[in-house]
Design a protein around this ligand. Structure first.
Ligand code: FES
Length: 304
């Protein structure tokens, strides 16, 4: 009988994956989502929390500070290290939790339902960990033993919460750039999209450039009047050609049909999140009345 290359069950990872299908979490998720969306109506604030200004999701970067400080404090307490050092780290961790949590809820409110189920448990573990560390900070003044115990419990819960955060980021691709592979797999040689006159004026349509779905918008009769972009939203892969055209700051933009990210057509740049990465662009030309396209490569990235 052939040997298995890996175990049939990989606990606890199978259990984490099961959370994605835990429909019991949908009701609390709907209530919390409504509250978060009401609190984050201000688009400038929401964009800042998503990390649009950074070009990356903000939450994972902030989480490094919070998690690093709190787990370090827990380890110092575990080996009986200095109270001042561990207390200071807990204070830094608790302070950095505030923006970390705000950025996390902003991202969570614009995610798929299976991501939201895992995200809820991730948040619950982290909230309990933070409560343990806050109690530890208070208790250690009089009763160091209890303070240390609470710190150890907080550290353990933080690590469990971080494992779910890793699952959200790597397995479920929350916050990942869903357009990253396009410059690598998009066709580097010219692909025929069809006769230019068959593309409706002012109406985005979807076509295939090789295997890659592209968004095509014709605004006139020459190649410079045509915009070709990847048709997948970099946030969570929505079909951009189903979005709405608008003008923002004098620029023609497309609004994603799923979570309303707004992208400039000129260069695919992000105007509003939750997306933080631009839409990959394509070059276009018209030869004999036929529209052709090929992927616009990034510097140093060979087209396939
Ligand atoms: S898929 Fe979420 S904004 Fe486009």
């Amino acid at each position: 009988m052939p040997r298995r290359a890996y175990p049939a069950r990989m606990r606890p990872f199978d259990d984490i994956a099961r959370l994605e299908r835990a429909k019991a979490l949908d009701r609390p998720a709907a209530v919390i989502r409504g509250v978060v969306q009401r609190l984050l109506r201000n688009r400038t604030l929401k964009d800042a929390l998503h990390g649009v200004w950074l070009g990356h999701p903000l939450h994972p970067a902030l989480a490094q500070v919070a998690l690093g400080s709190l787990v370090s404090a827990s380890l110092i307490d575990a080996v009986g290290g200095g109270r001042r050092e561990s207390s200071g780290l807990i204070a830094v961790g608790l302070a950095s939790t505030v923006p970390t949590v705000a950025a996390g809820w902003a991202d969570w409110s614009d995610s798929h339902e299976d991501q939201q189920r895992v995200g809820l448990v991730h948040a619950a573990l982290n909230a309990t960990a933070v409560a343990c560390f806050a109690a530890s900070l208070v208790r250690r003044r009089g009763d160091r033993g209890t303070g240390r115990l609470l710190s150890l419990l907080g550290g353990t819960l933080s690590v469990a919460g971080a494992a779910l955060g890793g699952h959200l980021g790597y397995r479920q691709a929350t916050g990942a750039n869903h357009g990253e592979e396009v410059p690598h797999v998009g066709p580097g040689d010219w692909q025929v999209l069809g006769p230019l006159e068959e593309f409706p004026l002012g109406q985005p349509v979807r076509r295939l450039a090789g295997d890659v779905p592209v968004f095509v918008l014709r605004r006139g009769g020459i190649s410079s009047d045509v915009t070709v972009l990847s048709d997948r939203c970099p946030h969570l892969s929505a079909p951009l050609h189903e979005g709405e055209l608008s003008e923002v700051g004098g620029e023609v933009c497309i609004t994603c049909p799923w979570h309303a990210s707004v992208f400039r057509l000129r260069d695919g740049g992000v105007v509003h999140g939750p997306a933080t990465a631009p839409v990959p662009g394509f070059e276009s030309r018209v030869e004999g009345g036929v529209l052709q396209t090929r992927v616009r490569t990034l510097p140093g990235v060979p087209a396939s």
